[in-house]
Structures are given as C-alpha cells and as structure tokens.
Design a protein around this ligand. Structure first.
Ligand code: SF4
Length: 344
C-alpha cells in the first residue's frame, strides 16, 4: 500500500517546552490498551499516579483527563513525567504520534501534520501546494483505479477543488465561492441528479452573524480564545477580511482539503469539508482583521492554529457544524456563496 507524505513531513520535530501551545494543554490524553496495560505494571509513585488518573470518558475511551487544563503528567518545567520516568517508547500512541496523522483509505495511506500543533502550523504556512506533490498523483490514482471507481472520482474532484482554491487570479472569497459551487454540483452527481448552477436569488441572510453565534455556542477550551472570539463578535459587522490574510489562509485551506475531502468515501458528502472551510475563513479572517489593528497581540499563525485546536479537532464542534449544514438553511452552499460574493 503506498504511503503518501507532504515533503516537509519528515523534517518535523516537536519543540517541547519551547512550544507556545502544547498538546499537553487542554486535551484529555487518549490511552491505547497496550500503553495502559504497561502503565498498570509501573511501580512507585509514578505508577500509582498513572492508575489513579486513568478513567473512561463520555465516549467510552480510556483517558488521562485534562486536570486544570493540562495533562496531569505535564510538569512545571513543561516536560513530560512519563517520558522522563519510563521512556519515550512508553508514551501513549496519541502522544507519540501527534501531530502526525495517518489517514488510511485501504488502497493507500495519506500522512499529514495537524494544524493544531504550532510548530506544524509554521511548517504548513511556509509551504505551498508543491509540498503535497505526491497527493492525488499517479501512485494513488493507479492504485485505486484498479479497485474503487468512487475513490478515483473523489481524487479527481479534490484536484479540481484545489485548482479552484489556489487560482490566485481571483480574490480568495470568490475562489471559495467557486469551490462551493463546484462541490454542490459534485454532490448532485453523487445523489444521481443532474448538476445545475446554484441559484442565489432566494438566499436566507445578508450577514454572517449566524456563523459567529454558532461558534460562541461551541465548547471552548481556552479563555484567551473565548475572549478573542467574543471581541471579534462585538466588532464583526465593521471588520473586513484583509487581502493579505488569503496568502496564509489558503495554506490552512489546502491542509484542510487534503485532510478531510476524501472523508466523502464514507460520508458520501463532499460539501461538508468546503462549508467548514468557509466558516473558518469568516471567523479567523475577521479575528485576524481585529488583531491586525492592534499589531497582532495574538499572531495570525496562532489564530489559525487555535481554530484548528478548538473547532477542527473537537468531535462535538465538528458534528454541530455538519448538523447545521444539513438542517439550517443559512448554512447552505447557496447562502454561503452569496455571503462570500457580497463580502468583496
Ligand atoms: S503541540 Fe507540537 S510542538 Fe507543541 S508540544 Fe505538542 S507536538 Fe510538540
């Protein structure tokens, strides 16, 4: 089975206690069964603490829950007591892998770094599409054409989506609108319907406040993110996404399409990932405009990285967005398209 990587993947190194937003912060730490079985055998105070902290979470998974917003084994020097006490080889799979993500599609496996890690986010903001040259290439197409027509259809639709997204002859909002329209047509094909241009005549809303309202209702982990979001909401009507924001956001969108578009192989829905990118663009773009006026007390990279951590990496928040796309007319492709076109 081919393994596909972006060119920078193997250069990544965790910067540990120099990290401005550690993966040991805010999240519960998943415990795979092999790791937990080893932790049951560890003697002394460290072993006692491992056994005392391991619990089953609301999804039935074994975890070390975040305690006062941090992993209970992340010490005051911002180093890991488990790494120090029993060695790197006994970190849980989640800790050992993050921010490396492997998405296995049976015929091939795509590897990517998560934008929720600041150091990985810096890597991705430095690299353009060329870094993903092996994705969707001959190797993947050849492998899946032999076994699964739907996957080769999705790979080609993903390539077309990326061509539209990265066509810098257009303003970024228009490129996003084009991606919505193209994928609405792909979605019609998947439903067995004749694709037709989207009609924007009867769209539901002229503003984007419903997107901010939704994000305010989300489960939020960080107080800094919450107050940044609340301040953005207070000024949202007066804020416009800056033209230079597109240069960085398109890297986030590129990552997002590579990470999520092919989920349609299971969900049958190619629009979800594009609708989520549009919501991310509006929220982070306006937050960026707010902070640009204050000389970036919260840098642009951190805005995108934190969005990834707060929204993209939250199962509940992502599900809430997907549910809104299914049931709330303000989130339809037509309405989001009208919103983007009116923002120019
Ligand atoms: S978020 Fe990334 S750089 Fe920071 S501690 Fe985790 S893996 Fe290392």
């Amino acid at each position: 089975m081919p393994d596909i990587y972006p060119s920078f993947y193997h250069e990544f190194r965790c910067i540990a206690n120099r990290c401005e937003d550690s993966c040991c912060k805010d999240w519960d730490i998943d415990l795979d069964s092999e790791t937990e079985a080893f932790y049951r055998t560890v003697q002394g105070p460290l072993g006692d603490k491992m056994r005392a902290f391991a619990v089953t979470d609301e999804y039935g998974e074994r975890v070390f829950p975040a305690t006062e917003g941090r992993c209970p084994f992340w010490n005051k020097d911002m180093l890991c007591d488990i790494f120090i006490g029993v060695g790197e080889e006994h970190l849980s799979k989640t800790c050992a892998d993050f921010p490396r993500v492997a998405v296995n599609y049976d015929d091939f496996c795509e590897h990517i770094l998560s934008f929720a890690c600041p150091e990985a986010a810096r890597f991705m903001l430095r690299h353009s599409r060329e870094a993903y040259a092996d994705f969707g290439g001959e190797q993947e197409l050849h492998t899946c054409e032999n076994s699964d027509d739907f996957m080769s259809f999705l790979l080609k639709a993903r390539e077309r989506t990326l061509d539209l997204l990265l066509d810098d002859r257009e303003p970024f909002a228009i490129r996003l609108a084009d991606c919505l329209e193209f994928n609405a047509q792909v979605q019609s094909l998947l439903r067995g319907e004749e694709p037709s241009p989207l009609c924007l005549d009867n769209t539901e809303s002229s503003g984007d406040s419903f997107i901010f309202d939704m994000h305010l209702r989300f489960e939020i982990m960080s107080d800094a993110w919450k107050s940044a979001l609340e301040e953005t909401v207070r000024h949202a009507e007066l804020l416009n996404v800056r033209a230079d924001f597109a240069c960085d956001f398109e890297k986030f969108a590129l990552y997002y399409v590579y990470r999520y578009y092919l989920e349609a192989i299971h969900s049958g829905d190619v629009l979800y990932s594009i609708q989520r990118i549009v919501c991310a663009y509006i929220v982070t773009g306006k937050m960026d405009a707010l902070f640009a006026a204050k000389d970036y007390p919260y840098p642009r990279m951190r805005i995108l990285q934190r969005y990834s951590k707060e929204v993209e990496h939250s199962y509940d928040n992502t599900e809430a967005l997907n549910a809104a796309f299914d049931t709330d007319k303000r989130f339809t492709a037509e309405n989001l398209m009208a919103l983007l076109e009116n923002s120019i």
